[in-house]
Design a protein around this ligand. Structure first.
Ligand code: EPU
Length: 321
């Protein structure tokens, strides 16, 4: 989206973050802290201050024969961190290869792909309280992670800014290959089971389905996969025996929104300057020159038709600003 902010402020250290947050002139009006903006949809120009972290660096903070803990600056590019873990032979982050965005947002959004979520790796999050400039270490439990969710998006929204995230990786081989066709893809390529090869397969799978935001405007999955009561799923399964689903717990299952959107006939459709990606129905794309309103209008039409056909409400993963 071709949008502008009144101000853009980037800081490189915790001390500088405090300095910015204590500046009454900067913080008196509207402000928004972003990562790389990969999950945001701006309705128009932002009449306020955009804050961005450029706190960088990797620091090994703990280590034993089995595991290693690395504290990472919120401003590091997420996939650079994944590449770093793979290069060092540490297991755990490889399924999250190529997710756009930065380390700070990995904790806010609890990013996930191919059966792994950031919460599976996170030990703690160091964040600054906006009101006081005080640093606080959140344990993983205090982060209240859920599916694409955390305390930083809910109760503490706008109250804390992430400065560092500490992740725990494994030193001994441990893979997650059971989601979708990760294992089959690896087999098809005849590749040996190594960290590098799993990263390569994940990257190839993403590149085959998901448009590169640097080439075509998109925010990855536009909607979250809805979690519905098991009874409701059993009813729907009567009507749609082929309906894919993922187990959540005894009472609930997660239904792929992409499958429902696809079944409603949206995949590959273009409406004016926006459209539904032709290889992954969960991704809305800017076909050139689109504005936020057009994307939101398409999103509502899709939500309506999924609700009409399946009686399931789907909600955006993308944040409207
Ligand atoms: N499907 C369709 N039509 C499509 C696409 C998918 O019927 O156009 C079906 C597939 O056949 C499959 C199911 O829907 O049975 C799920 O598809 P897929 O495995 O591609 O994943 P997803 O549920 O659509 C989620 C995440 C992605 C993540 C992938 C892989 C959410 C909202 N999205 O998508 O995350 O990369 O799984 O793990 O949970 C993101 O959050 O931005 C994101 C890209």
């Amino acid at each position: 989206m071709d949008v502008k902010a009144s101000w853009f402020i980037e800081y490189e250290s915790v001390a500088d973050m405090k300095f910015v947050l204590e500046d009454k002139d900067v913080m008196k009006g509207k402000w928004l802290h972003i990562g790389s903006g990969s999950n945001l949809l701006f309705k128009g120009d932002y009449e306020g201050v955009i804050l961005h972290s450029a706190i960088r660096g990797y620091e090994v903070v703990d280590e034993n024969a089995q595991e290693i803990e690395v504290k990472v600056g919120a401003g590091e590019v997420w996939d650079d961190f994944v590449a770093y873990t793979v290069k060092n032979g540490w297991y755990g982050a490889e399924n999250l290869s190529l997710i756009p965005g930065e380390v700070g947002a990995s904790a806010v959004q609890n990013i996930g792909a191919y059966g792994v979520e950031a919460k599976d790796l996170i030990v703690s999050v160091d964040a600054m309280e906006v009101a006081t400039g005080r640093m606080r270490k959140f344990t993983k439990e205090e982060c209240c992670f859920g599916y694409r969710d955390s305390v930083f998006k809910k109760e503490l929204k706008g109250k804390y800014i992430v400065a560092y995230v500490t992740y725990r990786l494994k030193k001994l081989p441990s893979f997650n290959l059971e989601y979708g066709n990760v294992r089959q893809e690896l087999g098809k390529r005849g590749d040996k089971l190594t960290l590098e090869n799993v990263r390569k397969v994940i990257m190839a799978m993403r590149e085959a389905k998901l448009p590169d935001p640097k080439v075509q405007g998109n925010a990855g999955s536009f909607f979250m996969n809805p979690i519905i009561p098991r009874e409701r799923f059993e009813e729907l399964r009567g009507l749609y025996p082929e309906m894919p689903h993922y187990e959540v717990d005894n009472d609930r299952v997660k239904i792929p929104a992409a499958w429902m959107i696809d079944r409603c006939g949206w995949k590959g459709r273009q409406v004016g300057r926006v459209g539904v990606h032709s290889r992954q129905a969960l991704v809305l794309v800017n076909c050139g020159g689109a504005i936020g309103d057009e994307v939101m209008a398409l999103a509502s039409q899709i939500q309506e038709s999924v609700f009409q056909q399946f009686g399931i409400a789907i909600s955006p993963e993308v944040n409207y600003i």
